[in-house]
Ligand binder design. Structure first.
Ligand SMILES: Cc1cc2nc3c(=O)[nH]c(=O)nc-3n(C[C@H](O)[C@H](O)[C@H](O)COP(=O)(O)OP(=O)(O)OC[C@H]3O[C@@H](n4cnc5c(N)ncnc54)[C@H](O)[C@@H]3O)c2cc1C
Length: 253
């Protein structure tokens, strides 16, 4: 820069210009850093995501971790929505099924699916055969339900088996948001104790947020020592363990 020219300029103008430049720089940094990262999902086209980890949780349930394109990428799935996964059944025929990741957009760089694999299930076959290093074709987001923080006073959730994943996703988003005071009451039904999916994660949420999250497990074939519900979910269980119907209560199953 021409220093002689600067000497001719009024110092007050120079200070004004410097302040303006700093303000613009701070504004740009703030705008850039507060901008939500764009999700990598495409609602129109399937995109491939590489399986980087597979953890067997029980004889027929596994957790699949898929890498996103970069360590800071986010999936871009609104709370309450799901993805479509494409695979091949045992006959080599294409099959597309919906799944709800158990991770949120606050988990960057990867996403996880907890999958229950049925002996004769078509997409179950695809997941059973999937090995680390292979890719899964995913499209989304899908679904009409969208959760807005503070939308209701309390949620009454009723889930069975693998139907827990959408509930877990919404519950986690509510409970981990310090600005969201919504209470979550969940009845979770399964056949046996071993069938309970995400038990550790659910217990973790219940112990971290004891005032906001209550779970009542129901088992059709309970173990000898069991303090949850027994049999099928009844009207009495719903009346006792879910919030009573009201305008500011949402029920989901
Ligand atoms: C919004 C949403 C989110 C979901 N999220 C998850 C999730 O996160 N995790 C998850 O595990 N699931 C989830 N599901 C369920 C998932 O979409 C599939 O329905 C599930 O994985 C079973 O699909 P499949 O193709 O393997 O089974 P299917 O082929 O549809 O079979 C379903 C059942 O029929 C039985 N069956 C099939 N063929 C035969 C046959 N010839 N003889 C006898 N029995 C047979 C199977 O054993 C199985 O019990 C979700 C569903 C929805 C709607």
């Amino acid at each position: 820069m021409d220093l002689e020219f600067l000497q001719t300029v009024d110092p007050q103008i120079l200070v004004g210009v410097a302040v303006a430049v700093v303000a613009i720089a701070i504004g740009a940094i703030f705008l850039f850093s507060s901008k939500k990262p764009r999700g990598v999902l495409d609602p129109e086209n399937f995109r491939d995501f590489k399986l980087v980890k597979r953890t067997q949780l029980s004889h027929n349930v596994a957790k699949f971790t898929f890498a996103l394109p970069t360590p800071t990428s986010v999936l871009g799935l609104p709370i309450g929505q799901h993805i479509s996964c494409r695979g091949k059944d045992s006959q080599g025929e294409e099959v597309i099924k919906p799944y709800t990741p158990t991770t949120l957009d606050s988990d960057v760089g990867s996403f996880e699916l907890v999958i229950k694999m049925y002996p004769q299930g078509r997409m179950s076959h695809h997941f059973r055969e999937m090995r680390v290093g292979e890719s899964l074709a995913v499209k989304g987001p899908k679904g009409r339900f969208r959760y807005q923080p503070g939308q209701v006073r309390a949620f009454g959730m009723l889930a069975g088996g693998s139907g827990i994943t959408p509930m877990f996703q919404v519950a986690r988003a509510i409970l981990e948001n310090p600005k969201d005071q919504t209470k979550v009451h969940l009845i979770y039904a399964n056949v046996t104790h071993d069938d309970i999916l995400l038990k550790e994660e659910l217990e973790g949420l219940a112990s971290r947020y004891p005032d906001s999250f209550k779970i009542y497990y129901v088992l059709n074939q309970p173990p000898e020592v069991w303090n949850g519900g027994v049999g099928f979910v009844s009207k009495e269980m719903i009346q006792t363990h879910l919030p009573a119907p009201a305008a500011d209560i949402q029920a989901d199953s």
